[in-house]
Design a protein around this ligand. Sequence first.
Ligand SMILES: Nc1nc2c(ncn2[C@@H]2O[C@H](COP(=O)(O)OP(=O)(O)OP(=O)(O)O)[C@@H](O)[C@H]2O)c(=O)[nH]1
Ligand SMILES: [Zn+2]
Length: 211
Amino acid sequence: MDKNDIFNEEFNGGYAKIDRYDETKVTAVASHYKDIITQLGEDPEREGLLKTPERVAKALQYLTHGYDLKPNEILKSAMFEEDYSQMVVVKDIEVYSMCEHHMLPFFGKAHIAYIPNGKIVGLSKIPRVVDAFARRLQVQERLTNEIRDCIQDTLLPMGVAVVIECKHLCMAMRGIQKQNSVTTTSAFTGTFLSNDKTRAEFLRLVTANLH
Ligand SMILES: Nc1nc2c(ncn2[C@@H]2O[C@H](COP(=O)(O)OP(=O)(O)OP(=O)(O)O)[C@@H](O)[C@H]2O)c(=O)[nH]1
Ligand SMILES: [Zn+2]
C-alpha cells in the first residue's frame, strides 16, 4: 500500500487498526507513559488506566505521522499540464498540529493559493501537504513556510500564498490562559510578493474566513 495512505485509509474507515502501527515504537513509548502516569501520582494498574500507555503511544504516533510522509512526492503524484493561469484557491483546510514547546495541540484553518505556470496539481493534494507538515511537532510559522516552500519548489508555479489561523491550547488551557486569541501567519512567493493587487485579491477571497 502507498505509505502516504496508511493512516488516512484507517481513519476514513473510522477505526485505527492496531496492526498498522509501528509496534516497536508503541511498546517503547507506552513503557515511558506508564512511568509518567506513576510520576503524576496515579496508579497505572487501575482498570481505566491499564491500556492508557498504549493508547497514548498510538495517539502520539498518529499525531506525528507526518514524519513518515514525503509532501513533495504527494504533489508529484498528481501534477497535470494545463493551460490555466488564474489563481487557484483552496480555503478552510482544517489544520491539527502539535506545538513543539508543550506538545499540546494547535488547530484552525489554512488558506492556500497558487498561480499555475503550465501545471496544476490535484486539489486533494494541497490538504494532504498541509497534513504532512502539520502532523509533526511544529511552530505555526515554520508550518506556514514549509507548506509554501514545498508547493513552490515542486509545482514551480508563478506564486504561492499561504495563510494559517490557529488557536493554541498551550495559550488557552495553561499559561496565559487566553481562550479566544487566534494567531495568523502568512507566507508568499512570486507574484503574491511582487504584485500588490494579486496579494490583495487572495486576501479578499480568504478574509471572510479570518476572525
Ligand atoms: N512563535 C510561536 N510560539 C509558539 C507557538 N506555539 C507555542 N508558542 C510559544 O512558545 C513559547 C515558549 O515559551 P517559554 O517561555 O519557553 O515557555 P513557557 O514558560 O511554558 O511559556 P508560557 O506559555 O508563556 O507560560 C510560549 O510563548 C508559547 O506561547 C508557535 O506556533 N509559534
Ligand atoms: Zn505551546
